[in-house]
Unconditional design. Structure first.
Ligand code: MN
Length: 200
């Protein structure tokens, strides 16, 4: 099937002044659009043209001959996950009580969690992603390089933050930490809760 760009759940101006419309015009309208186009170009006239996105990613993972397709397809997944990890809706930023308890259990406190997420995102060398995951029910923060996503038995991503420079350079230049601190306040915990409750 031909992949379609997934719409943002908010207006491109909705997160201003924290993330600008201009950033979304480039990040969503150019970078993400290119990953979708590249993936469609690379699956055309192959058996993968009938697969859904996650099946393409699994099919290509770890296979050198499919490295380019893996990178592009994984970037489509990661970007759609990131768009959904952001919200302009204050209600969706509230953490479900069960999830809040698990954050305290696994990180000691929300502030400790936020600090681990910040430090992990800042320390990811070069391009990549910072993730909150459920690893067989235990909440963890991990980072991945380039287009990689956290995969494995019992691992479910709950939220992610794009730490490629293109995610923040227009608004924050080299100040990745400033961008991460802001994004932590914009996270869509309703999306995290939905992911937590999904089957693996
Ligand atoms: Mn990006």
């Amino acid at each position: 099937m031909i992949l379609q760009m997934k719409p943002l759940s908010f207006d491109m101006k909705a997160l201003e002044p924290y993330i600008s419309k201009k950033t979304f015009e480039f990040h969503y309208g150019k970078h993400y659009a290119t990953y979708v186009q590249n993936t469609n170009d690379l699956i055309a006239d192959t058996p993968m043209q009938d697969m859904d996105l996650m099946s393409i990613i699994h099919h290509c993972a770890g296979k050198p001959e499919y490295q380019s397709l893996f990178n592009n397809a994984a970037q489509v997944f990661n970007h759609e996950f990131f768009w959904n990890s952001l919200t302009d809706d204050a209600e969706k930023r509230q953490i479900a009580p069960v999830l809040a308890d698990k954050i305290v259990r696994d990180f000691k406190s929300y502030d400790d969690f936020a600090n681990v997420l910040l430090q992990t995102a800042v320390k990811q060398f070069g391009s990549g992603w910072a993730w909150l995951i459920s690893d067989n029910g235990v909440l963890k923060v991990v980072s991945t390089a380039n287009a990689m996503l956290p995969m494995g038995k019992g691992i479910k991503p709950l939220l992610c933050i794009d730490v490629w420079e293109h995610a923040y350079y227009l608004d924050y230049q080299n100040r990745r930490a400033d961008f991460i601190k802001i994004v932590i306040g914009l996270l869509n915990w309703q999306f995290a809760w939905e992911n937590y409750n999904k089957g693996v």
